[in-house]
Design a protein. Structure first.
Length: 103
């Protein structure tokens, strides 16, 4: 379940980056347009875009921190329980081998 959540989060981040890129392109393409309504809309979009970039950076930092914490925890467990880790890896390898052999 955690990997699905992480995959969904990574997809959301990727989609969010694409929206930011598209919005920046749109702002550049309409840079020569004039008028009070367009100027007002551009200002709102630029403000929201800046906010979105900040939020994306925060989420990216949080994901990186969680990944590092998980890696440290895993490393500590393996160092403290080396034979259990080898046994679990062997059992997992055997299970994967049996499952792939059947298909």
């Amino acid at each position: 379940m955690t990997t699905q959540s992480e995959a969904a989060r990574e997809k959301l981040i990727s989609d969010f980056k694409a929206v930011i890129t598209d919005t920046e392109e749109l702002l550049r393409a309409t840079a020569n347009q004039t008028g009070e309504r367009i100027a007002s809309a551009r200002a709102r979009v630029e403000e929201r875009l800046a906010s979105a970039k900040e939020e994306l950076a925060d989420v990216g930092e949080e994901v990186a921190a969680r990944g590092k914490a998980a890696a440290r925890t895993t490393d500590a467990y393996i160092r403290n329980h080396p034979w259990q880790s080898v046994g679990a890896a062997a059992a997992l390898g055997l299970l994967v081998g049996l499952l792939t052999r059947r298909h």
